[in-house]
Each structure stands twice: as C-alpha cells, then as structure tokens.
Design a protein around this ligand. Structure first.
Ligand SMILES: [Zn+2]
Length: 137
C-alpha cells in the first residue's frame, strides 16, 4: 500500500502574528487612513499646481514684489504639507506590509509587542514607547 505524502506544516515561523490584536480592524483602519491620505495628497498637489500657475500668470518672480513673496510662502508651506502627507502615506503602507508579513505590532528595536493602547493611538507605530525616539515613523 502506497503511503500518502505527508503535508509538512511549518511548526515554527520566525514571526508569529499578534493574536491579542484585532488585525482585521487594524487593516481596515489602515486602509481608511491610506485612502484619506491619498485624497489629501491629491488635493494639495492640485493646490500647489494652482499656486504655480498663479505665479506664472502674475509673473511674480520678483522677490521684491509682495505678491511674489506671498506666493513663495504659500508654495513652501504647501510643499512641506505635501511632504508630510507623503511621509504619512509611506508609514501607512509600511504598516500594511508588516501586517501582511505578520510583524505588525512588534517593536523594530527590541521585538517586544507594542502595547495595544499605543497602536490604537498610532496604528503606524514601529516601536514601543521606550524606543520611539530611536526610530520615527
Ligand atoms: Zn522597543
């Protein structure tokens, strides 16, 4: 009688996903935050383009022109906001990837589970509170 091939099951994985977290709702929340961040980014990018278009129209390249200074200020403010939104979006996408890989919710420095209260407040947290200063994100 031929023996059936045994299905080998991985007994140990390097990273066991957190069982104390509702990973489904975390994923849901990250998806929502990602969509919001994307929408914000689209709006701000349009605004920035509008500012650029306005500065071309009024030919406000002259730095002594008060209008030109306002536009330059607006432009740098918007650029900073866009950068921040891009960073946030990147952090969300990285968290979603960790969720897929089963490493979500563990400190990247000491590999201890991150308290769920901290993850509630900051779903993109990559570290425990103790190591937050070491690794921003
Ligand atoms: Zn840590």
């Amino acid at each position: 009688m031929a023996q059936l091939p045994r299905r080998s099951s991985p007994d140990h994985t390097a990273d066991e996903p957190r069982t104390d977290l509702d990973l489904e709702s975390v994923a849901e929340r990250l998806r929502e935050e990602r969509d919001e961040a994307r929408a914000r980014l689209t709006t701000m990018t349009r605004d920035l383009e509008a500012v650029f278009a306005a500065s071309t129209d009024s030919n406000a390249d002259d730095e002594h022109d008060p209008e030109g200074q306002t536009i330059a200020y607006e432009r740098s403010q918007l650029a900073a906001l866009i950068q921040a939104a891009q960073d946030h979006l990147g952090a969300i996408e990285a968290a979603m990837l960790r969720l897929q890989q089963g490493s979500y919710g563990f400190c990247e420095v000491c590999h201890e589970p991150i308290p769920s209260a901290r993850l509630d407040a900051r779903p993109t947290a990559r570290t425990c509170v103790r190591h937050a200063a070491l690794l921003r994100g």
